[in-house]
Design a protein around this ligand. Structure first.
Ligand SMILES: Nc1ncnc2c1ncn2[C@@H]1O[C@H](COP(=O)(O)OP(=O)(O)OP(=O)(O)O)[C@@H](O)[C@H]1O
Length: 935
């Protein structure tokens, strides 16, 4: 955004005289305090902000306080900043779409008389939509949630209501939650919530602290409202006005919850839904079932790179960026956004999507044909919202028309398809298209537009009602043409009278004088006499002499009058057309749903078919049967990076055998990539997409939990190892044997021995109690001994490692990125340092030191049997002996060493650092005999 900002940096002048300033100050000082509100004042060609808002804008967007100016004098002076229109738009976009910590208010007026005309929050962007999406498509439709937690001995019951203002959908639900609010978190993720309304009173309760943590993890703005606003008393009645159709089911739905109606009640009043009559009868409501989609927590969304982020180097960094090949304007991409947050759990539903994708993959011509047509489909959903709010112009109507006349072409393309999914295509799309386009629906709308809109004028960029549509308009048009003809005749006659060619006597039409004659100054002397006697000279300027006579004046006034009447008649008729178009809202909503679904499925097919290594259709089994077998699987986003030659890997999560996998191996060896790619593949499959594998069988997962180590914790300001462990323990509460757990480097950076013990305990619990398939990438090599705990009995735990090759003569390390069975029993810290081109002198010193820790010197990669044998010989760390206690500390020494920024140090500094590390190791040795031998 910075480059953008520099462009906008030219500050408009803040032009207020003393009186205006005084008037403004008296208004401004009366505004209620609202720490979150950023208030802008529209001063026609620029905007201003004041007080703390001014400082915020100066610091955040101009990065300097020199832009601040003062209004008024002495103690009443108010610091102010002025921003151009462009800069204002940039700030609006940032505040409402990127940040989630402010609301935005826009005031219009002058002197001391100002009025709030627009208010927006990250969850309610409606009033700023024109600014936000003037140049680009609307990416996502944010939801506002209201929550009321009720603490009981058995846990916390959460009442939740939500509203999607752009889709006009309300939802209600109630559920039990744990003290980490795991369920709330997945609801917020799945609903794409940007703002949450909470009762003010709960801020004080310590039990609610985790709820606030969840909000910040999910990037949700918290808006507090008095508990008194959380009331469900008149809810059914209020909903009766908003919801389409009969009130009966609404009453049944609301009465089935105890707390949720209060949350929904608070939401209706916060979003002021009842104060806009356009909302009446236009909303739908449903029970939001937490268990109808795969649940994803915010860590999983990040670990799997599901959504785009500002730091992405290219669009393929995120799953959304990679998978978004949608063609329609905005609709497909918004649906994809939603689908990625709501992977399916039902085998049949998933298979239906997969069948459709397969139909499009198998028949390239069919796919391309449909995509060509979809490229011409406008954002029907948004257009229709404008129509419903009566904010639409003929441009909106014409765009709806242009989209509607495409449908028969899409239908014909489908009629040509003769593949194996012919009946599905017919049932899912063609029958519905037939119904939607019939004479009662779209054809009727098409007919309306064809008679009402002057389609011939579109080529000239004019959007007009055709004169034939209305007799009054047609009369006015005739009258206008007749006056035009009379003006033309008079023009001709006057040219003759003045003995000037028609090309010498111009006819001008301006705002100041209306119709006037004009001649050049050169011509003027020739006709001066006549001008003075028969005409009225209006103006003599460089471009000539303008003059008129009573006849022209009369005709000009007549023309102006007819034109005004014509325009106002046009306006009335446009409003009538828009009104009629709004009665088609259900048809267009259904059409939008069909087209956006088609768009996303075609986008999946396009990705599957056009990737350099093609994707495959996964076999889906219910969550309680089958295994998860991915052969030749890849990480779609890593694979799509130009500089990566991706090595595919197999992953076989087999119940009772390898349902819990411990992945070890050198840093940079591909552990994280591997475990995340399994999560990504499963998520893609449950969204209905083909997967980047040679062959895939997936037992449906109802939830993906991810903990991605220190990096993730730092983001949230959680620094200690204990907290990381506690957080992981929350997975233990939420996960079941139907979930997937991905844990990456738990306990990274710990210097306590507890870390290892806890990690071990967590793993045992996951295996024995939770029984969830788990991929556990770790640097605690001792964990691999878990697999041998009940030797002889299959424990369900399997060791895998990412392989690397060390050349025995040159000692060079090459990452092979191949995941192989068995544990990797060595640390490659020094090799990795070498791999990263550390200075040779430093690397050799490291080797010397590492050699002193004999037991840890690499022994070259061992064969699987040998390795398993080695594992068997290990002692169980749950009976800690000297080595088990000392090993993590010794590894930390090597790890700290390999992480030193040696490339930025000279040899002296490097030696000092090594000395320091060695001293720390010595200090930590304590009674550990095993460690003492190295000192
Ligand atoms: N299968 C693969 N094929 C090709 N390149 C890969 C593969 N897996 C990983 N890589 C590359 O290796 C880099 C490091 O991988 P990754 O971060 O997964 O390693 P890691 O073992 O988790 O490292 P660390 O332990 O340091 O966190 C990736 O950024 C990617 O470029």
């Amino acid at each position: 955004m910075d480059a953008d900002l520099q462009d906008h940096n030219k500050l408009p002048d803040l032009k207020l005289d003393a009186k205006q300033a005084q008037g403004f100050l008296s208004f401004f000082n009366k505004l209620p305090n609202d720490a979150k509100a950023v208030r802008f004042f529209d001063r026609r060609d620029y905007f201003t902000a004041h007080g703390e808002n001014a400082s915020f804008i100066a610091n955040t967007y101009y990065h300097t306080t020199t832009v601040l100016k003062q209004i008024g004098n002495g103690p009443d002076a108010l610091s102010s900043v002025s921003v151009s229109k462009n800069m204002f738009e940039t700030i609006v976009r940032d505040l409402l779409l990127e940040r989630t910590d402010h609301s935005l208010e826009l005031y219009e007026g002058s002197g001391s008389n100002w009025r709030l005309t627009k208010r927006g929050t990250p969850g309610n962007i409606n009033s700023f939509e024109d600014i936000l999406f003037a140049k680009n498509d609307m990416q996502d439709s944010p939801a506002i949630v209201a929550i009321i937690p009720n603490f009981r001995e058995t846990g916390c019951t959460v009442g939740l209501g939500y509203v999607d203002l752009s889709k006009r959908v309300l939802g209600i639900t109630e559920f039990l939650d744990d003290n980490h609010f795991t369920n709330v978190e997945s609801a917020l993720v799945s609903l794409g919530c940007k703002e949450c309304v909470l009762p003010t009173e709960i801020t004080k309760s310590s039990e609610c602290k985790p709820l606030y943590d969840v909000m910040s993890k999910c990037g949700v703005m918290v808006t507090e409202r008095k508990k008194a606003e959380f009331k469900g008393r008149d809810l059914t009645q209020d909903l009766g006005r908003l919801i389409k159709g009969s009130n009966e089911p609404v009453r049944d739905l609301v009465s089935s919850f105890e707390h949720a109606p209060m949350a929904l009640g608070a939401l209706l009043s916060y979003a002021e839904l009842l104060s806009d009559e356009n909302n009446y009868g236009n909303y739908t409501i449903g029970w939001y079932n937490l268990n109808s989609y795969m649940r994803l927590d915010s860590a999983a969304m990040r670990a799997l790179n599901v959504m785009e982020s500002k730091t992405d180097a290219n669009k393929n960094f995120s799953l959304f960026g990679l998978m978004n090949r949608t063609c329609t304007a905005g609709m497909g991409r918004r649906l994809l956004h939603m689908w990625l947050k709501q992977p399916l759990l039902d085998v049949n539903e998933i298979n239906t999507r997969l069948d459709l994708v397969q139909a499009f993959v198998d028949d390239t011509a069919f796919r391309q044909d449909l995509r060509q047509h979809l490229k011409r489909i406008h954002d029907i959903e948004r257009l229709m919202r404008c129509v419903e709010k009566r904010r639409a112009s003929l441009l909106h109507i014409v765009k709806l028309y242009q989209s509607s006349i495409r449908i028969p072409y899409i239908k014909s393309a489908m009629e040509r398809y003769d593949g194996q999914f012919i009946s599905l295509i017919k049932e899912r799309y063609m029958d519905l298209f037939d119904y939607l386009t019939n004479d009662d629906h779209l054809n009727k709308f098409i007919g309306l537009v064809e008679v009402s809109v002057d389609l011939d004028q579109l080529e000239n960029g004019e959007y007009m009602i055709s004169p034939g549509y209305d007799s009054q308009l047609s009369d006015l048009k005739n009258e206008q043409e007749s006056v035009e003809q009379q003006i033309h005749d008079l023009h001709q006659k006057t040219a003759n009278d003045l003995e000037l060619g028609i090309d010498k006597l111009k006819m001008d039409k301006g705002t100041q004088f209306g119709h006037v004659f004009r001649i050049t100054k050169k011509e003027e002397p020739k006709v001066r006499k006549k001008l003075n006697t028969h005409f009225i000279i209006l103006e003599t300027r460089k471009d000539g002499v303008k003059f008129t006579n009573t006849k022209l004046k009369k005709l000009g006034d007549q023309y102006q009058k007819v034109l005004e009447e014509y325009k106002s008649c046009q306006k009335e008729l446009v409003a009538r057309v828009v009104n009629t178009a709004s009665t088609f809202s259900e048809v267009f909503d259904d059409l939008a749903k069909l087209l956006s679904e088609l768009d996303v499925l075609l986008s999946f097919a396009d990705l599957a078919a056009s990737s350099p290594t093609s994707y495959t259709r996964p076999d889906i089994t219910p969550s309680d049967t089958g295994d998860i077998i991915l052969e030749g699987s890849r990480h779609p986003c890593v694979e799509a990076q130009d500089w990566v030659n991706f090595i595919p890997n197999d992953c076989k999560l087999v119940r009772g055998k390898s349902w819990f996998q411990i992945i070890t191996g050198p840093n940079m060896g591909g552990k994280s990539t591997f475990i995340r790619q399994i999560g990504v593949n499963i998520l893609m499959a449950q969204v209905g997409s083909f997967v980047p594998c040679d062959k895939a069988t997936i037992s449906i997962r109802d939830c993906i939990f991810a903990r991605v180590g220190a990096g993730d914790c730092q983001l949230r300001g959680v620094s200690t190892f204990m907290q990381e462990m506690l957080e992981t323990a929350s997975i233990l509460k939420g996960a079941t044997d139907k979930s997937l757990i991905i844990i990456d480097e738990l306990g990274r950076g710990t210097s306590t021995y507890d870390g290892f013990g806890l990690t071990w305990a967590i793993c045992e619990h996951l295996v024995e109690v939770i029984k969830a398939p788990t991929l556990f990438a770790t640097h605690f090599h001792e964990l691999t001994a878990l697999a041998d705990e009940n030797s002889g009995q299959p424990s369900g735990i399997a060791n895998y490692h990412v392989s690397a090759h060390i050349d025995s003569s040159s000692r060079k390390l090459t990452m092979l990125y191949k995941v192989e069975a068995g544990a990797c029993d060595q640390s490659f810290g020094i090799h990795v340092a070498e791999f990263a081109n550390f200075p040779e002198s430093v690397v050799s010193l490291a080797r010397e030191k590492a050699a002193e820790l004999e037991d840890f010197t690499p022994v070259s990669i061992v064969s699987n049997e040998a390795e398993q044998e080695a594992g068997r010989k290990r002692k169980k760390p749950s009976e800690p002996d000297d080595m088990a206690i000392g090993a993590p500390r010794a590894r930390k020494f090597l790890k700290d060493f390999s992480e030193l920024p040696l490339d930025k140090m000279d040899l002296k500094q490097a030696l000092q650092e090594v000395k320091r590390l060695k001293k720390e190791l010595r200090d930590d040795v304590g009674n550990c005999k095993w460690l003492q031998q190295f000192i």
